[in-house]
Design a protein around this ligand. Structure first.
Ligand SMILES: Nc1ncnc2c1ncn2[C@@H]1O[C@H](COP(=O)(O)OP(=O)(O)OP(=O)(O)O)[C@@H](O)[C@H]1O
Length: 279
């Protein structure tokens, strides 16, 4: 009898540690993430959440342990990995349309160079247009995607940027604080959208976030980073008063609401600016 091959994990970290400038940010991180899972990377400011994304992109070598993405050692320029970096904003005067920004996710290097007339009607161009339409619809941005991106709200811009990252059909999407600067209803809406993308398209999403509450109901796995330690597992395993108090070094309480949802109270607030990097 032939044994059925187990699916290859999308993200695997084993005994992983990262150092910058000779300082260890986090260590001993073990994580296995499968297809279609929604994972949040959480923890206080400066603990190294973005650095974890950079390590998975192959931009920063691990100091210890091993990192594999889609069964292979991490490397740069993997077309199966989509990435949305932290803190993007568009100038209010920018006239480029939302759909053009999304299209950049397919052929970024050719942006702004008009195709020759014949090229505009080629099968390839038609397929690209169809894909842009499809992802714009998927993120619910059809109504405003033809407007200049600079005129759109933060939440609308964020949806179009997620569409851009999805355009090339990545199997892993790395999002660095995509909810930053969104109001609470928009944070919940974008979290619901990401969860839908995981479920319907089988895309694995690893997202850095500050506040766990708006996304908690959608997460399969959480990674809490803290100085000198880390905890990974399902929200129910990791999000406990005891674990978060230990990781943050300050009292954090986890409550269960009458309808069974977890709520984290007392998690240190994220400052609006990164004072140590942007005085
Ligand atoms: N290339 C680098 N060289 C030196 N230090 C760095 C480098 N990149 C990051 N750091 C430092 O590593 C630490 C972790 O940075 P990182 O951006 O990963 O934190 P974070 O948890 O994402 O923070 P935040 O919540 O504030 O966005 C910070 O102290 C930062 O200044």
């Amino acid at each position: 009898m032939t044994a059925t091959a187990l699916p290859v994990p999308v993200v695997e970290l084993s005994g992983a540690a990262v150092s910058v400038g000779g300082r260890t940010l986090w260590s001993g991180v073990d994580l296995t993430v499968g297809a279609g899972e929604f994972v949040a990377v959480l923890g206080p400011n400066g603990v190294g959440k973005s650095t974890m994304v950079k390590a998975l992109l192959g931009l920063l070598p691990l100091a210890q342990g091993e990192a594999r993405v889609l069964g292979r050692p991490v490397g740069t320029g993997n077309p199966e990995v989509g990435y949305l970096p932290q803190r993007r904003s568009f100038d209010a005067q920018l006239r480029v349309r939302g759909v053009d920004v999304v299209r950049l996710g397919l052929d970024g290097t050719r942006w702004g160079v008009p195709l020759p007339l014949a090229g505009r009607f080629s099968a390839r161009a038609r397929a690209a247009q169809a894909r842009v339409r499809e992802v714009v619809e998927l993120v619910g941005a059809t109504a405003y995607a033809h407007r200049p991106i600079g005129e759109l709200s933060g939440g609308e811009q964020q949806r179009l940027l997620i569409a851009q990252a999805l355009a090339s059909r990545p199997r892993l999407l790395l999002l660095d604080e995509p909810l930053d600067s969104l109001d609470l209803p928009n944070q919940a809406a974008v979290a619901a959208l990401i969860s839908r993308i995981c479920a319907t398209d089988g895309v694995t999403v690893l997202m850095v976030a500050h506040d766990v509450n708006p996304i908690l109901g959608y997460l399969d796995t959480v990674v809490y980073l803290a100085q000198g330690g880390a905890a990974t597992g399902t929200p129910r395993e990791v999000i406990t008063s005891e674990t978060l108090t230990r990781l943050y070094g300050t009292p954090v309480e986890v409550l269960t609401t009458s309808d069974g949802r977890l709520v984290v109270v007392g998690q240190p607030e994220a400052p609006h600016t990164h004072s140590e990097r942007h005085p």
